[in-house]
Design a protein around this ligand. Structure first.
Ligand code: FMN
Length: 193
């Protein structure tokens, strides 16, 4: 198969498109972030990359806290909306019927309609070209109880999460296997069956 070369670009996909909340219960904002990821397992750390021109940027630098709210098929329209309009001009929570609830360890509110939220405290900010990278400790995680199975395990597959790829939103498709399934030994079938 022939391959073609393109100029350098941010063509990593799929990536999450999360709703990041900033501020506090009285004065808050929400924006969509796709340049977001995990930095390390222990300590649990995440990052978001945000352009300095965003209204949310000043909350991030002043407060050093944010919440990453995962997004679902049901939240797809809101996810796009809060990534198109600025909180400097419109109350995006009200417009999208997003409910602010207090977070456990940070001042920034959690979005009640999001199935899972990661509360983050910034430990370092790095300038990277067009964006500033906010690197943060994940200090608490909250989850809708409907995602828990009878043993208390979080089943994210129940959440109908969405992904973002090259300018388009997608719902996640069918499950292909568990972590490590390629190395798992096949169960032997009893003889005669
Ligand atoms: C799918 C999607 C992903 C986005 N990802 C980012 C991102 O990673 N970083 C960023 O600074 N802006 C990103 N944006 C743009 C901001 O969400 C957008 O400019 C928003 O209106 C900023 O809101 P604010 O001015 O209220 O902070 C994204 C927008 C969309 C729709």
């Amino acid at each position: 198969m022939a391959r073609l070369d393109f100029k350098a670009g941010t063509l990593l996909g799929p990536v999450p498109a999360v709703m990041v909340t900033v501020g506090d219960m009285e004065d808050s904002n929400v924006l969509t972030v796709a340049w977001c990821g995990i930095l390390s397992t222990d300590p649990a750390r995440a990052y978001i990359s945000v352009r300095p021109g965003r209204h949310s940027h000043k909350y991030l630098t002043e407060r050093g806290e944010f919440v990453i709210n995962l997004t679902t098929e049901q939240l797809a329209r809101a996810t796009d909306y809060v990534g198109v309009f600025t909180g400097a001009k419109v109350d995006k929570f009200e417009k999208c019927n997003l409910t602010r609830v207090p977070s456990k360890c940070v001042s920034a509110p959690t979005i009640a309609e999001s199935p899972l939220a990661l509360e983050c405290k910034v430990f370092q900010v790095m300038e990277s070209g067009t964006h500033n990278v906010f690197m943060a400790d994940i200090v608490s995680v909250s989850c809708d109880e409907s995602l828990l199975d009878e043993r208390g395990k979080i089943c994210l597959d129940r959440a109908h999460l969405i992904a973002y790829s090259h300018g388009e939103y997608f719902s996640l498709g069918k499950k292909l296997g568990n972590f490590g399934f390629s190395a798992a030994k096949k169960k032997k079938r009893p003889r005669g069956k």
